[in-house]
Every structure is written in C-alpha cells, then in structure tokens.
Design a protein around this ligand. Structure first.
Ligand SMILES: [Cu+2]
Length: 146
C-alpha cells in the first residue's frame, strides 16, 4: 500500500513536471532542507545529550525533541571553514538563553528547559547586505515535551 502511494506520488509529480511547471523548474533544487529529527533520551547521568552539527548553511538535526525539566547538554560544532557561525536560542520563558560562537571544536552548552513548547534555534550571523545565515537555512526547532 505504501509502495503504491509512493508510486502514485511519483507519477503525480512527474505529471506536474512535464505538464505544468516545465522541465527546467523541476530540475532546480528548490525543496526546503529536509527535516532531520532527533529525539533525546535521558542518559544514565540524568542528562539529555544532544549533538548538533552545523555548517553553511544548516543545522543537523534541525528538529530536536527533549523532555521538560530534565537537563540538556548540547554538544555543538560546525564544519571547518572560514565562515563564522553561532548557535542562538533565546527562549527565557522556557529558561533557555543560548548565544554561543561555534567552531569545529565541539562546545558543550547546558540548560534545563522549564516549559513545554517549540523554540527556534538559529545562527545569528549575517554578512553585510547578504541574507542572514538563518534565512539561508541555519535554523531549527527545539521541541520541549512533557
Ligand atoms: Cu552561521
């Protein structure tokens, strides 16, 4: 059944490509960055350990699910390169205030989320009149669940 639906979807998108949008449009990679989800578990040390790898211009995972009122340790780094990146989570309503420069050496960032909800994390960097790194895709969602 799943296979059939996938086939149907494929056939539909093919029809869309040749029929309406045209070949050139379909060749262009305009899809938004794929969601990479990580659901943290509580380790033996009572901490939710989460690894976030970043680069130009993404965070992976870009959706992180953690439990409320349990300490979180983010281990964050970015790929080697000349472009500086940061990790920002400004959600004081949930006890989270992160604003860190990232490098290829992993950095440990600790906090304990105190309220369930969805909070954005992103890179705040922006070069002159160019689009911000966030607009280019360096953002994600920290989902705090009960
Ligand atoms: Cu950046």
């Amino acid at each position: 059944m799943k296979g059939y639906l996938a086939m149907k979807k494929l056939a539909l998108s093919f029809l869309f490509c040749v029929g309406i949008a045209g070949y050139a449009v379909c060749r262009a990679d305009t899809a938004p960055p794929e969601a990479v989800v990580y659901q943290a578990t509580i380790a033996a040390d009572g901490v939710q350990h989460v690894r976030i790898d970043g680069g130009s211009y993404f965070f992976k995972p870009n959706r992180v699910i953690v439990r409320v009122n349990v300490p979180v340790e983010l281990t964050a780094s970015v790929e080697k390169g000349l472009i500086p990146h940061t990790l920002v989570i400004q959600s004081p309503e949930a006890g989270i205030s992160v604003d860190e420069k990232l490098s290829s050496d992993a950095k440990n960032i600790r906090f304990t989320p105190t309220a369930a909800g969805k909070y954005h994390f992103y890179c705040k960097n922006k070069l002159l009149f160019f689009k911000s790194h966030r607009d280019k895709g360096m953002e994600g969602v920290l989902e705090v669940i009960q």
